[in-house]
Design a protein around this ligand. Structure first.
Ligand code: SF4
Ligand code: F3S
Ligand code: FES
Length: 248
């Protein structure tokens, strides 16, 4: 059965904006993105919203619904009471371009800063032989749809704009962990993780894991193991001795 829902939506460009109230029709089986589209079609034709697949796979429709990072296309209206007012705002950690659309280029910049997969020079594609467990480990991380909700929710940059230069965010620390765990990657990821990408800023609050729509265990399977790898390196007596001898 259809009903009329109360929506409060962020409207504005750049740093300026305000919440605007709307009453919008909702039909059975709809998701928040459906209602936003109806709002566009019937009352606010210039409302900006980014989306693409409407299937939870492109990562475009990230927004904050009642203050929580969610995919608009995967948030069923049936999870709310009919009397609820549903507040929809853009992701808070990135600059707003217009309405619900943010500039997420911070994330692309961080992606560019991570050197790509670096296999040994003497092994050619087709010659890699990996254990199944190594394949499965990275497969979990490869489920990422780059919605950037984990980076959006992490307090290290959500509450501290000044940390953005030094912190890649959970999505890209996970990418570094994935590469470091790859048996054929020979790049030195550990020092870079700590010194260039801010692994040490993560204090394991797990907010990133809680919001991941792909249910990737970002903290337990990527960030904590990566921290352990960095520490192992630091306290490995051979590495310590090597550093003493060669880094004078
Ligand atoms: Fe989104 Fe999860 Fe990928 Fe983070 S790890 S960008 S929350 S899919
Ligand atoms: Fe941030 Fe996730 Fe660590 S939310 S503090 S990166 S566990
Ligand atoms: Fe693609 Fe929502 S529109 S994830």
């Amino acid at each position: 059965m259809g009903y009329k829902a109360k929506f409060r939506v962020w409207r504005g460009e750049g740093g300026d904006g305000k919440l605007e109230d709307f009453t919008v029709e909702v039909n059975e089986g709809e998701v928040v993105l459906d209602v936003i589209h109806r709002l566009q079609a019937t009352q606010a034709p210039d409302l900006a919203v980014r989306w693409n697949c409407k299937a939870g796979k492109c990562g475009s429709c990230s927004m904050e619904i009642n203050g929580k990072p969610r995919l608009g296309c995967m948030t069923r209206m049936s999870t709310f009471e009919e009397a609820d007012t549903i507040t929809v705002t853009p992701m808070r950690t990135f600059p707003v371009i217009k309405d619900l659309v943010c500039d997420v280029s911070f994330n692309y910049q961080k992606a560019r800063e991570i050197p790509s997969f670096t296999p040994p020079a003497d092994v050619r594609p087709g010659e890699y032989r990996m254990q199944q467990i190594d394949v499965e480990r990275s497969q979990e991380f490869r489920k990422c749809i780059e919605c950037f909700m984990c980076n959006n929710v992490c307090h290290v940059i959500r509450d501290h704009e000044e940390n953005k230069t030094n912190f890649a965010g959970p999505r890209f620390l996970m990418r570094i962990a994935e590469l470091d765990m790859h048996p054929y990657d020979v790049a030195d990821r550990k020092d870079a993780a700590q010194e260039e990408h801010g692994l040490g800023y993560c204090n394991i609050t797990k907010c990133c894991t809680e919001v991941c729509p792909e249910h990737i265990k970002i903290t337990d399977n990527a960030l904590i193991p990566m921290k352990e790898r960095v520490v192992d390196r630091k306290y490995d007596p051979l590495v310590w001795l090597g550093n003493k001898i060669f880094r004078r």
